[in-house]
Design a protein around this ligand. Structure first.
Ligand code: HEM
Length: 525
């Protein structure tokens, strides 16, 4: 969902003592204070995750430093934008720890406190999902929150902690919209996908290459609007968006996420512009009003349900817009190219195996790409999970300690004070070598079979284990099952149409851009 620089980074802000310097000092605490151990059942899944020794735990100081005021923030910010994997890796090596203190962008002087305790392994990361231990209020975009002006003056669901009354109301509304359209998702997706393949084939025929990203952004928006609003975004009408929907959304998201993204301008220019001050909503006010006009005019079916949950139509409309445009469309903006890129790199044998599996399952369902057919495609399911493990579209999660607690990583136990901010860079948790064999490799069959299924609890893209479900009491993505279904549909539909494909990858403004250089049609199916 990141509009620039790749994915949607989500960070947090801290209220920790400024001199939080690791000095290797250890203190003993009684066994009962060890409140963040992974349950034994989880630890036993991977033989590589060692069991904690019984008895008193040695609790270490968290290593790392926030550095001198302001200078430390600027130093960490510059390092981060020079390459975030290297940013985290170099500090892991320096501190010999997957848990350490560091400033996360944007940070001062004009953004809130950036001090974070980063969690970079599969064992410590899940504390971020435990809402009895961490509060998730206003942490969706990280250590700062865009002005609520960007969302109609409301704090939308993604920014609410489950302890807030509106969280339950808005999440129920979100579930309701997903449910009320359940019969539409598959046919509308296939209809929009057919249009996408047609566009790409035409472009290939005339130019020898066809860009996937732009075309799929329109396809996704058409699919979502037709399903939820029974209407094409470009259909004539008083609140029509014409063909501008995707560009309006991108601009609106970009302005909210600019402080934590990079857009390829010279570092110094970005440092002085988008990374120093929040961008004012006034610059996108007209664009947002246009989008909101479309939603409030045409999303009648969904908005009619708002009162059932004690929501006003106005609050529901801004939340619906956020769910569809930011959460869903923004997520797919990242996810779809990831899927295509990893599939493309994997090559023709995987394409053939997927095409065989998809076509056999569809044949068994008498030609229909139904939920049942999708469920009977083990290779396809595993492939999609592997993409989401390797490249979780939303890589950062945050939570503020509700109480003093003790964290456990592979290396030991760490004390966290109430109010301190915990942050996780998810790709390091889902590429943890203590859990996954060859963690950096794309292994499409990784999640097949009994052993493979057991690993699903370490797939965390939805802000929770893949084996768990979103609820009113947690912050797991409300669209978890929907996203998995749509990702499977994209791959299944691709291989219903084509035997294989070739592509080129280039660096685009929004991460990598995928272009097809061939789409190979089956002789017969
Ligand atoms: C590729 C697509 C998507 C990805 C990668 C994604 C990822 C996430 C993540 C990581 C979070 C947790 C953020 C945090 O609090 O730290 C989240 C929350 C949320 N997502 Fe998704 N999401 C996607 C699509 C969707 C869809 C389709 C919907 C609904 C229609 C949705 C609705 C939500 C909502 C409402 C929340 C907040 C949940 C709560 O407050 O309890 N997302 N999503």
């Amino acid at each position: 969902m990141a509009v620039a620089g790749a994915r949607i980074p989500l960070f947090i802000s801290v209220a920790a003592p400024r001199n939080g310097k690791g000095n290797g000092r250890s203190v003993k605490i009684p066994k009962t204070r060890v409140c963040n151990r992974l349950p034994n059942s989880r630890a036993s899944v991977s033989e590589k995750i060692s069991q904690s020794e019984a008895g008193a735990k040695v609790v270490k100081e968290i290593p790392g430093s926030y550095g001198p005021p302001l200078l430390g923030v600027i130093r960490d910010r510059q390092d981060f934008f020079n390459g975030r994997e290297e940013f985290f890796k170099s500090r892991m090596e320096k501190y010999q720890s997957t848990v350490y203190r560091v400033n996360m962008p944007p940070g001062g002087p004009f953004f809130p406190d950036p001090r974070v305790i980063m969690l970079l392994d599969a064992k410590s990361f899940p504390v971020l999902f435990d809402t009895s231990k961490v509060e998730k209020r206003d942490l969706f975009t990280g250590t700062y929150m865009p002005s609520p002006d960007y969302t109609g003056g409301y704090r939308t669901l993604s920014y609410l902690d489950p302890s807030e009354e509106n969280h339950g109301k808005l999440k129920s509304f979100c579930f309701e919209v997903l449910m009320m359209n359940r019969e539409r998702w598959i046919p509308e997706f296939q209809r929009a996908a057919q249009e996408l393949w047609d566009v790409l084939e035409k472009e290939l025929a005339s130019h020898g290459r066809a860009g996937f990203n732009d075309a799929s952004e329109h396809m996704t928006f058409n699919f979502l609007c037709r399903s939820v609003m029974d209407r094409d975004p470009a259909a004539p009408g008083p609140a029509s968006l014409g063909g501008d929907g995707p560009s309006l959304i991108k601009k609106w998201i970009f302005f909210q996420l600019a402080p934590i993204n990079t857009i390829g301008l010279p570092r110094g220019v970005e440092e002085l512009t988008i990374h120093t001050l929040p961008l004012p909503f006034s610059l996108v006010k007209k664009d947002y009003q246009k989008l909101h006009g479309f939603f409030s005019t045409y999303a009648t079916r969904a908005l009619d349900a708002a009162h059932k949950f004690g929501l006003t139509r106005d609050e529901a409309s801004h939340n619906l817009l956020f769910n569809i445009c930011f959460n869903t469309w923004g997520g797919m903006l990242i996810l779809f190219p990831s899927i295509l890129r990893l599939l493309g790199r994997a090559g023709a044998q995987l394409h053939k195996d997927l095409a065989d599996e998809v076509r056999a399952a569809v044949r068994a369902e008498r030609g229909g790409l139904s939920m049942r057919a999708l469920e009977s495609m083990p290779l396809l399911k595993s492939t999609v999970y592997e993409v989401m493990r390797l490249e979780p579209p939303v890589p950062f999660q945050y939570g503020r300690a509700k109480q003093d607690l003790v964290l456990e990583s592979h290396e030991g136990f760490y004390k966290v004070n109430k109010g301190e901010l915990l942050g996780g860079y998810q790709p390091f948790a889902t590429r943890d070598p203590k859990v996954f064999e060859s963690p950096e490799d794309f292994l499409p069959r990784r999640f097949m079979g009994e052993q493979g299924h057991k690993l699903l609890r370490y797939v965390l893209w939805s802000n929770g284990p893949e084996t768990e479900s979103p609820s009113l009491n947690n912050k797991q993505c409300a669209g978890k099952d929907f996203v998995v279904m749509i990702a499977r549909l994209l791959v299944a539909d691709l291989f219903l149409h084509y035997d294989s494909f070739d592509m080129e990858i280039s660096a685009g403004a929004l991460g990598s851009a995928v272009s097809f250089t061939s789409l190979k049609k089956p002789i017969s199916f």
